[in-house]
Design a protein around this ligand. Structure first.
Ligand code: SAH
Length: 349
C-alpha cells in the first residue's frame, strides 16, 4: 500500500509541496481539494506533472465506497474498501438537527464484546487518521456537500473499532476533522464512544477537544458487565466514573452512557435499580438501545414495551435517559454486521 496523503495536515502538505520544488501556495490548493473529498488525480488546479509525482507515492483514493445500502427511512450504510482491500463500514443518518455519520476507527476490533459483530474476527489493523478522515470527506462529497455547506454536520465514533485503542490516530483525525480550513466539524457535534479504556479517557480529557464522551456501560455491576465485555475485567466501573468526572471537570461536557438492552442480562428491575444507585446525581445521560441481534451470538433483545418500562424505571429514579430510536434496521443495523455478512459471503477474510 502506498502512503496516505490525507494523514498530513496543512503544515505537512506545505513541506511536502516545497520538497517537490513547487511553490508553497500549491499546498493550500492541494489541501482544499483533498478536504472537498477529491482524489489527487482530480485536483486539476495542480499541474499534471505534480499530480503524477504525488501519485507515485500516495494513494489516489484511500477509501472507496464499494456498496451502498439505502433504508426506507433515509439511512444509508456504506461498505468502504481501503487501499489494501480491507473492508470497513459507515452509516449516514438524517436527523432534524443535522446529518450524522457513524465512522469506524479500526478494521475489526479486539475488545471482544459478546454482543458486537465488529469483534468477531478480532482486530485486523488500525486505521490511519487520514483513512478515518477520508470516510467523512467521501460521504460529504457523495451528498454534494462542500466545505462551506457541509452535508455531514455531526459525527459519532461508533462504527467498527475501539477509538481509544487507536488513540494517536483517532486524536489526529479529530484535530483534522475540526480544523478551521478543512471540513471544520464542531467538536460539540462529535461523540466518541469507548468501551471504557480508563487511562486514555484521562488523556482525551487533556487534549482540549470538547467533544461528547460516551461510554458503553451496559451493566451497573462489574461482575455482570464482565460477562459480555472482557475489558470490564481490566477497568472497573468505579474507575470509569472517576475518569468521566475528570472529563466533566476539564471540558464541562456532560457524559453519556450507552446501555444496550439484552434479555435476561441487564434489564430487569434489579439492574435498573443498581443503575440508578450508580449514576444518580451525576452530570450524565443514559442512552438505551434495544440490542441489534447478531446471529453469531445468542443474545436477544427485549421488546419495545419492556424497553419503555425499563426507561420509565430509570426516569422515575431520577436519571436522565432516553431510548434510542432504531433506524436503518432493515439494512443491518449494528456495527460490524455489514462487513461480517459480506466476509461470510466471500468465504472469510
Ligand atoms: N468500541 C466503542 C465504539 C464502537 S460500538 C465502544 O465500545 O463504545 C458503538 C456502540 O454500539 C457501543 O455502545 C456498543 O456497545 C454498541 N453495540 C455494539 N454492538 C451492538 C449491538 N449488537 N446492539 C446494540 N448496540 C451495540
Amino acid at each position: 500500500m502506498k502512503e496516505i496523503l490525507q494523514d498530513l495536515d496543512l503544515k505537512g502538505l506545505e513541506s511536502l509541496t516545497l520538497s517537490y520544488g513547487e511553490p508553497k501556495f500549491r499546498a493550500g490548493q492541494l489541501y482544499r481539494g483533498l478536504m472537498q473529498g477529491k482524489k489527487i488525480s482530480e485536483i486539476t488546479d495542480l499541474s499534471k506533472a505534480f499530480r503524477e509525482k504525488l501519485l507515485e507515492r500516495f494513494e489516489d483514493e484511500p477509501v472507496r465506497i464499494r456498496e451502498t445500502f439505502r433504508s426506507k427511512d433515509g439511512t444509508e450504510k456504506y461498505l468502504f474498501e481501503l487501499a489494501d482491500g480491507n473492508l470497513i463500514e459507515g452509516v449516514f443518518m438524517r436527523y432534524e438537527y443535522g446529518n450524522t455519520q457513524c465512522v469506524s476507527t479500526q478494521v475489526g476490533c479486539r475488545m471482544g464484546c459478546l454482543f458486537c459483530a465488529s469483534t468477531l474476527g478480532g482486530l485486523i489493523r488500525n486505521l490511519s487518521s487520514g483513512e478515518i478522515l477520508c470516510e467523512v470527506l467521501t460521504v460529504n462529497a457523495l451528498h454534494g456537500g462542500t466545505l462551506r455547506k457541509r452535508e455531514v454536520t455531526n459525527l459519532v465514533l461508533m462504527g467498527s473499532g475501539e477509538p481509544l485503542d487507536n488513540y494517536d490516530n483517532t486524536v489526529a483525525f479529530l484535530r483534522a476533522v475540526t480544523a478551521e480550513g478543512g471540513i471544520n466539524i464542531s467538536p460539540r457535534n462529535i461523540s466518541l464512544s469507548t468501551s471504557g479504556i480508563v487511562p486514555q479517557m484521562y488523556r482525551l480529557a487533556d487534549e482540549g477537544i470538547p467533544l461528547n464522551l460516551t461510554v458503553s456501560l451496559h451493566n451497573a455491576r462489574d461482575e455482570d458487565r464482565a460477562k459480555t465485555m472482557p475489558i470490564a475485567r481490566k477497568y472497573k466501573i468505579a474507575e470509569i466514573l472517576d475518569a468521566c468526572a475528570y472529563y466533566f471537570e476539564k471540558t464541562g461536557r456532560r457524559y453519556i452512557f450507552e446501555y444496550a438492552l439484552i434479555a435476561g442480562e441487564n434489564c430487569d428491575r434489579e439492574h435498573g435499580e443498581a443503575l440508578i444507585r450508580l449514576l444518580k446525581g451525576r452530570p450524565c445521560h443514559v442512552n438505551l438501545i434495544r440490542l441489534n441481534e447478531v446471529k453469531e451470538r445468542h443474545l436477544q433483545s427485549i421488546d419495545e414495551k419492556e424497553a419503555y418500562r425499563f426507561l420509565g424505571l430509570l426516569q422515575k429514579g431520577g436519571l436522565s435517559a432516553t431510548l434510542r430510536r432504531r433506524i436503518g434496521n432493515d439494512i443491518g443495523g449494528a456495527c460490524g454486521q455489514l462487513r461480517a455478512g459480506y466476509l461470510e459471503k466471500q468465504g472469510g477474510k
